[in-house]
Design a protein. Structure first.
Length: 672
């Protein structure tokens, strides 16, 4: 509905539509408060959407607060191995001095341990401390408690040489790029802390195995960020109709009811506000709708937002709309993804109409129907998904495997995923493993590595498979996954295989592996000989000489184990990135006959993209004014990502990158 607005300089009779984002253009609009002057009212264009989407919430309203956001801050990395310290710029020092005071460092502070009694200047210049820029991308619609990865890099011009082994102190992450003291103090959205992971190998395409150029002045904290104060989400209607707003609220609350124990509603109206124009004419603001994410979608806010967009305002006649969506699927395959969300949003009423599409000859409509059917838990999709997972193009196979993984318990799904773990394509093998892990299949065993099982260094998992492979994650929870130990695996001669060896991947013998300038040496002289290890730590130069198990999983545990009175088992107490780096060298130097693979690194690209989309409309939270002396640390552009399989959609999970494959013959020890 159009409202009349007459202001100075505008022609009489000019009609103005309710602005889609008016509540953003005029911040603070609410149910009460003093009247303020309206400088301009902008007409909103009519939405150009296909007829089939008319009547959905997304066709009548905008959802504010759903864009990925850049958050940043200046932080401190401690516990370095003498690779930090150096001179710090005055503006950065002033900023970090305030942060240190918050942590009890300085005169009168309550900090203990090695930093007790240290002044801020002494602490910041310690060779075991580094000032860093902390950056992250908060996913769209992320609710409070959402965990995300955080990127860490040293300051421009810093003399810090490595962040390896360091730990990030708790750092406030605020909207926009990091600034020094005196800059605009934008809203705090999250915090970050945790051990630094330094990528121990290069990105594909930057050189051969002999040209590994590791950048140790950048790193990340896997799962180290946590949302503490999320951006509020709201629907802003194109129409200022009170009845339409009430219909939208009723529709949302009907489609997304709150679980028992949850307080409040998913959607609630924010009311109207009357403002005065310069010539004292009244303008009635449109009603906006506050949205909160239900607990059921806490771990999948993006799914909730899509369902919200495609939910119909009028909940009547769902069968007719389900029938229409299915007919549109057949006639307009290019709209398959959106129509699949429509069929999900309309509820289980759509299932009888979907079943006719499960064998449709075109891939896009067929997968859209199977996606919606799997979402509603229709068991009839299972044989079709298994067929797609085995025979379709790579990108479709990946999608089918993910849908299978989320289906209710079905033995045929687990059997199919076990078969796909031995697929020749790396991304299919990893997707199948992830599906088995999600379904708690006994083929996958898992244990936390570290002193605290609730906050381990990483998760070590083994998967029974025919083809040996070591797979490590660079996003989310740190995981090392060892594939192999199948009956027909090549990890040991078939004549020497026994049932007790099933699921075990063993090192290659004889072999010789060296790393870190010969600070780490692993060797065995013959196929029946024990494996010997020599390790010299950079902390004090302590040397360890030991005999270790040739069981790769036990060896990985030994590398990361920290001996304690409670857990006196021997170990080297290496970090996750150090363990990953050694496994990479073992694969590259034929210390283990297994392919080494990892996820393609996307964090830096995601942060840079979020920085381009983040709009800093927030005013300063205090009276500080940003001056010329304030430094703003903007995210740097990432290196181009190297695609492994062009058939894989960019929206799929990170592609799997093989970094090292088993060589023909292992090196022999010099003693032989």
């Amino acid at each position: 509905m159009l409202i009349a607005a007459r202001t100075e300089g505008l022609k009489a009779g000019f009609r103005v539509g309710c602005c889609v984002g008016l509540s953003v253009l005029l911040p603070g609009a609410g149910c009460s408060g003093p009247q303020r002057e309206v400088k301009q009212v902008v007409a909103a264009p009519l939405r150009d959407v296909p007829d089939v989407y008319r009547g959905t919430i997304g066709a009548e309203a905008s959802i504010n607060g759903t864009e990925p956001q850049l958050v940043s801050g200046l932080g401190l990395v401690v516990n370095l191995n003498g690779t930090g310290g150096g001179e710090i710029r005055p503006d950065v020092f002033t900023t970090m001095e305030r942060e240190l005071a918050r942590n009890g460092v300085g005169r009168g502070g309550n900090a203990g341990g090695a930093i007790a009694g240290m002044s801020p200047q002494e602490f910041l210049r310690s060779p075991n401390v580094a000032v860093v820029i902390v950056e992250a991308r908060i996913p769209p619609g992320a609710p409070e408690g959402t965990v995300f990865d955080v990127a860490v890099r040293i300051l421009p011009g810093s003399t810090v040489t490595s962040l390896e082994g360091g730990t990030l102190w708790t750092t406030d992450l605020r909207l926009g790029p990091a600034t020094t003291f005196g800059g605009y103090k934008t809203r705090k959205l999250a915090e970050a802390k945790g051990p630094i992971y330094v990528n121990p190998f290069t990105e594909p395409g930057t050189g051969g195995p002999s040209e590994v150029a590791v950048t140790r002045t950048t790193g990340r904290v896997l799962g180290g960020g946590r949302v503490t104060d999320p951006l509020k989400m709201e629907l802003v209607l194109d129409s200022d109709s009170h009845s339409r707003a009430r219909s939208v609220i009723a529709s949302v609350n009907s489609r997304f009811p709150r679980d028992p124990g949850e307080t409040g509603l998913t959607a609630r109206g924010r009311g109207n506000e009357t403002l005065k124009t310069p010539n004292a004419e009244e303008v009635v603001m449109s009603q906006s709708v506050a949205i909160s994410i239900p607990k059921a979608y806490k771990d999948s806010p993006a799914d909730f937002l899509q369902l919200l967009r495609y939910t119909r305002v009028d909940q009547g006649y769902p069968q007719e709309f389900a029938r229409r969506y299915v007919e549109e699927l057949k006639g307009k395959p290019a709209m398959s993804e959106s129509l699949s969300w429509c069929l999900k949003a309309i509820g289980k009423t759509s299932v009888p109409f979907l079943s006719s599409m499960y064998e449709y000859p075109e891939y896009l409509p067929r997968m859209a129907a199977l996606d919606a059917g799997a979402f509603h838990g229709d068991p009839r999709v299972v044989p079709h998904l298994i067929d797609m997972a085995k025979t379709a193009p790579s990108a479709v196979r990946m999608q089918a495997i993910r849908l299978m993984s989320k289906m209710p318990g079905n033995p045929s799904i687990n059997l199919a995923l076990r078969e796909l773990v031995d697929a020749p394509e790396l991304e299919i093998r990893v997707a199948a493993y992830e599906g088995l892990r999600e379904r708690n299949d006994p083929l996958v065993s898992s244990r936390p590595i570290g002193i605290d099982p609730n906050n381990p260094k990483f998760i070590l998992e083994t998967v029974v498979a025919e083809e040996p492979m070591v797979y490590v994650t660079q996003q989310g929870k740190p995981r090392i996954v060892i594939f192999g130990g199948g009956i027909g695996t090549g990890t040991a001669p078939s004549s020497s295989r026994s049932q007790r060896d099933v699921g075990i991947v063993r090192m290659t013998k004889p072999s010789l592996v060296t790393a870190w300038g010969d600070r780490f040496i692993l060797s065995s002289d013959c196929s029946e000989c024990e494996v010997r290890l020599l390790y010299r730590s950079v902390k004090g130069g302590k040397s360890v000489t030991s005999k270790v198990s040739d069981d790769l999983a036990e060896f990985v545990t030994y590398l990361a184990q920290k001996p304690t009175p409670e857990e006196p088992a021997p170990g080297l107490d290496l970090s996750y990135s150090e363990v990953v780096g050694l496994l990479y060298e073992m694969s590259r130097q034929s210390g283990v006959a297994a392919t080494f693979a990892t996820e393609q690194d996307r964090l830096r690209a995601e942060i840079y993209e979020a920085s381009q989309a983040t709009a800093l409309n927030d005013r300063p939270e205090d009276s500080e004014t940003q001056g010329e002396s304030v430094t703003v640390f903007k995210p740097t552009a990432p290196s181009p990502l190297t695609a492994v399989d062009n058939s894989t959609s960019a929206t799929d999970k990170p592609r799997i990158v093989p970094l090292a494959k088993p060589a023909g013959k292992p090196k022999k020890p010099a003693a032989e």
